[in-house]
Write a protein that binds this ligand. Sequence first.
Ligand code: KIV
Length: 270
Amino acid sequence: MQNKLEREKITVPIIKNRKKENKKITMLTAYDYSLAKLIDEIGIDIILVGDSLGMVGLGYDSTIPVTMSEMLHHIKAARRAVRFSLLVGDMPFGSYNTFPQAIKNATRFMKVGCEAVKMEGGEEIKDIVEGITKRGIPVMGHLGLTPQKISEFGGFKVQGRNKESAEKISEDAFCLQQAGVFSIVLECIPKELAKSITEKLKIPTIGIGAGKYCNGQVLVSQDLLGLFDEFTPRFVKRYANLSQIILKALRDYKKEVIANKFPDEEHSYG
Ligand code: KIV
């Protein structure tokens, strides 16, 4: 007989309900087995295999170069670890330009174990999002500072500061809701704008650099763990400084090998 799960498996309907229940949604990124396992173990609701993989894991300057095969490789690794969290795959730049391309790529994500896909953009992708959600693939939207449009924005800058840009983001949020997304990530926008969007939408918002009024919060795990310090936006809170801990361990190892202290008797076979 199969063992009963000791915790509730997080699903898309559970995430949608959180807004009605006024319970915060927690979300973090993971690109590999070991980190995904820890995040799942402590009960984070959503694990996103984000295309931030490009900058944090693969050393690219932006998320633009990330390919479908790189995403699939990392989604498969995270999938092997995740038992309870909802696993969402981030569609990389250029993988959803037309509907046939988008549905083919979203389907590939679902085949390797994603339970939803995330796509950046508003009104301009409305029809594509609608087509995908109607075919049973849940979509998470992403508005504000959408990193795949970094060239258009001229850098990592707060969006929605003026009336026109704020209205555009609000309208895009409604478009995405109409198209059937189950939640929307709001990145790097003023907190009052995030509050007004959150209050007006039926679906949950998940903020990153969008203040405290969103229905949930996401961060890139390497940022909060202090593992990636090449670029630290104001919205990142460091909960640990793992780079320093890792550097100390690596230096200690190097010293001990050079001094012939490691391996010692305890770590050798007779
Ligand atoms: O790629 C990513 O990690 C993301 C999150 C920051 C929302 O899109």
